[in-house]
Design a protein around this ligand. Structure first.
Ligand SMILES: Nc1ncnc2c1ncn2[C@@H]1O[C@H](COP(=O)(O)OP(=O)(O)O)[C@@H](O)[C@H]1O
Ligand SMILES: [Mg+2]
Length: 256
């Protein structure tokens, strides 16, 4: 479904965000994209939604060659690939309900159809009771759920989650990963970027390890996903993690 073949991304600064990486993700997979800050995780996500193009190599999504995909098709691509960005990008002056409704503005549903969809997705991610609150009134975990809801409301085939547990305590991190795992079991392909080793180890999913823009290892998880179901309800011990914030680093980045 997704195939990267010999993909490199060289930035204007001369820095290589990615160097000659290749991997494939099948429909329905759950993949952890792991690596320290600067490894190239976010760069991969940006390439997948065609926010940027590779300087070399080929990226296939379904029947599309993304490097050849015309700009006019990008909105269609973004309907098929939902993203939860590291900084969530929720609008602070809109309620959770309104934020989740936003992607639906362009798809031509009736008002009541759209509302129903938003209610359903907010229920699914467990924050329907916060529907009329503004982002500042929610906890970190609730905000993450809101961003996941917004990314899912168009029913994408793929969900990309960029360090969704980055700013959360261990217990809340686990709940978010459990939610993503449930979403995956309903059929959505998920790629989750993280550097939380405890979570990776406790879920026996495929792990692609990146460092300095290169793939170190690509280890298949235990299949099939369904068999792991029971295990998810126990909270394995995970430490407080990821205190470092990538955000500060991101701010320093030179624009392409
Ligand atoms: N727009 C950009 N301009 C220049 N360098 C960038 C840009 N975006 C990312 N980089 C660099 O590419 C590398 C990979 O970054 P990134 O994909 O953000 O890593 P990660 O998400 O794994 O922390 C880093 O060295 C980063 O500084
Ligand atoms: Mg990143």
């Amino acid at each position: 479904m997704i195939s990267l073949s010999k993909v490199s991304k060289k930035f204007g600064t001369g820095v290589y965000g990615l160097s000659d990486i290749s991997f494939e993700v099948a429909g329905g997979e759950f993949v952890f994209l792991v690596g320290p800050t600067g490894a190239g995780k976010t760069t991969i996500f940006k390439l997948l939604i065609k926010e940027s193009d590779p300087s070399d190599g080929q990226i296939i999504f379904g029947e599309w060659d993304l490097t050849k995909l015309p700009k006019s098709k990008v909105p269609e691509l973004r309907k098929k690939i939902g993203v939860v960005f590291q900084d969530l990008k929720l609008l602070l002056d809109r309620t959770i309900f309104e934020n989740t409704m936003l992607p639906l503005d362009v798809v031509g549903l009736t008002e009541s159809e759209a509302k129903k969809k938003v209610e359903d997705i907010l229920t699914q991610v467990g924050i329907i009771e916060h529907r009329d609150k503004f982002p500042v009134q929610l906890s970190g975990g609730e905000l993450q759920r809101a961003a996941i809801a917004r990314a899912l409301v168009l029913e994408p085939e793929v969900l990309l989650a960029d360090e969704p547990t980055g700013n959360l305590d261990a217990a809340t991190s686990w709940e978010i990963v459990k939610l993503l795992s449930d979403i995956n079991e309903k059929g959505t392909t998920i790629i989750m970027a993280t550097h939380n080793n405890d979570i990776i180890k406790s879920l026996k999913k495929r792990v692609i390890k990146l460092e300095k823009g290169m793939i170190l290892t690509d280890e298949k998880g235990e299949k099939p996903v369904k068999h792991e179901k029971e295990g998810h309800d126990e909270k394995p011990e995970i430490e407080e993690e990821e205190k470092e914030k990538d955000d500060d680093k991101d701010k320093e980045k030179t624009k392409e």
